[in-house]
Design a protein around this ligand. Structure first.
Ligand SMILES: *Cc1c(COP(=O)(O)O)cnc(C)c1O
Length: 229
């Protein structure tokens, strides 16, 4: 499928979700998760009008950045090893996976500018998922106030791997509640106005529940791993 056809369908569904939730479509940004597709396919995404790309492997992201001259906002969406921070941090616009103090310390040490970060929250409490436990998020964000290279723009989560829409919706609702609680504190270092949630299978629910960034891979750009060289 051509990306612009996929995008048209997805945008239509996002529009409908926004209408149901009484939200403005312009508040929802699509991050095209290009982590498993080729440079050509990634370029096709940008030519289709997408502005945000999501990657989760440092080496692959850097080689794409070198090869692609079309301007893009690069989002790092995967768990980030501390030793890879140096390689990655000054080459991205947004980090979606701030999930521990040691990572914050390394960012503080290596970043040359302020980095917009989402704090990743383990709402669904699945052992396999990374992220701060919901009850620890406030204290974690509070303790970032002296890290002047980090701006917490919002919270991110992954929904549990289930077809139960009710369960998925509750996870997104919880993240929204937590996000509002933190944004009310008016922290200078943590405006926390954004919500990164929703993937190919659950972005419509996420938009209904307040997502401002949806991270869509399979449904938008497909999986093309055979094209990886
Ligand atoms: C791969 C990935 C996505 C996209 O998943 P799809 O189901 O292909 O849309 C979104 N977020 C994160 C953190 C991912 O690793």
């Amino acid at each position: 499928m051509q990306i612009n056809q996929n995008l048209e369908q997805i945008q239509q569904k996002i529009n409908q979700s926004c209408a149901r939730a009484n939200r403005s479509v312009s508040d929802v940004h699509i991050v095209a998760v290009t982590k498993s597709v080729s440079i050509e396919r990634t370029e096709e995404a940008l030519l289709s009008g997408l502005k945000h790309l999501g990657e989760n492997r440092p080496e692959e992201m850097l080689s794409k950045q070198e090869a692609i001259s079309i301007p893009a906002n690069w989002h790092y969406i995967g768990s980030l090893q501390t030793r890879k921070v140096k390689q990655v941090i000054n080459n991205i616009n947004v980090l979606h996976s701030l999930d521990r103090m040691s990572l914050a310390e390394e960012i503080q040490k290596r970043a040359s500018n302020v980095i917009d970060c989402f704090v990743q929250v383990n709402v669904s409490a699945e052992d396999s998922k990374h992220g701060i436990e919901p009850e620890d998020v406030e204290a974690f964000i509070e303790s970032l106030k002296d890290y002047d290279k980090i701006r917490v723009i919002g919270l991110m989560t992954m929904a549990p791997n289930t077809v139960d829409e009710y369960v998925i919706r509750q996870v997104f609702k919880s993240l929204k509640t937590l996000q509002m609680k933190i944004s009310e504190k008016n922290y200078k270092h943590a405006p926390c106005s954004e919500l990164s949630m929703g993937m190919s299978n659950d972005y419509e629910i996420a938009v209904e529940e307040g997502a401002t960034y949806v991270r869509i891979g399979t449904a938008l750009v497909g999986e093309e791993s055979e094209d990886l060289t």
